[in-house]
Ligand binder design. Structure first.
Ligand code: AMP
Length: 220
């Protein structure tokens, strides 16, 4: 195993910028970006049994059942590129997922080092998500107004694969927020009690938030 693997969780409501920040922070830290939503969308695109199982939940903005989600993410974390740690985005989203992650990491003799809690007001989330565009190929998020496509950060395309996610429609966004407050926000207290949570103001320019995240990781 790599010396001192680093496991960092990005916590925050949908649209708080977790995906955008994780792609920069992951590169900055040399950690793979493990996003449960991307893993589900990959399975959906390839029409795998897992993708088909997840689809009905994703379409409604509801959480995919814990057993399916936990198995998928733990499998991803067991791959060789995650031996030095990972930057988790969108997982865990329930207390049961957090407990399963703790157990799996403890069995490997490692632990979560830091949970970055990105805070953004609900009204801002709805306006952000309604303008969001995602690259179907590399999952990179853009925004019609705040982050229009200029160049592909992975040097793979020219913006021809951008699309709006079905679950970014206003009704679904509101349901995803309700789900966040009911099922995911208890994780804030769970990790705060462990002394590994750091709150960050996500209602600022993207680069300002990125710097705050890098500074927080540097203190580890
Ligand atoms: P995201 O891209 O993180 O917003 O996730 C998109 C959708 O995938 C969510 O609305 C859920 O339906 C599903 N999903 C992603 N991560 C999880 C998770 N940790 N637990 C359950 N469902 C998830």
């Amino acid at each position: 195993m790599t010396a001192n693997p680093k496991y960092i969780i990005l916590l925050g409501p949908p649209g708080s910028g977790k995906g955008t920040q994780a792609s920069v922070l992951g590169e900055n830290q040399g950690l793979p970006h493990v996003a449960s939503g991307d893993l589900f969308r990959y399975n959906l695109k390839n029409a795998t049994p897992l993708g088909l199982q997840a689809k009905a939940f994703m379409d409604k903005g509801e959480l995919v059942p814990d057993d399916i989600t936990i198995a998928m993410v733990l499998d991803r974390l067991s791959q060789p590129d995650c031996a030095g740690g990972a930057l988790l985005d969108g997982f865990p989203r329930t207390l049961a997922q957090a407990a399963a992650l703790d157990k799996a990491l403890t069995e490997k003799g490692v632990q979560i080092n830091l949970v970055l809690n990105i805070q953004v007001p609900d009204e801002e989330i709805v306006s952000r998500l309604s303008g969001r565009l995602i690259c179907r190929e590399c999952q990179e998020p853009f925004h019609k107004m705040f982050k229009p496509f200029e160049t592909c950060p992975h040097g793979k395309c020219h913006g021809e694969h951008l699309y709006q996610r079905d679950d970014d429609k206003p009704e679904t966004v509101r349901n995803r927020l309700t789900v966040y407050w009911n099922q995911t926000s208890p994780l804030i207290d769970y990790y705060r009690a462990k002394g590994i949570l750091k709150d960050l103001n996500g209602y600022q320019a993207i680069e300002v938030v990125t710097q705050a995240l890098i500074d927080a990781v540097a203190q580890l």
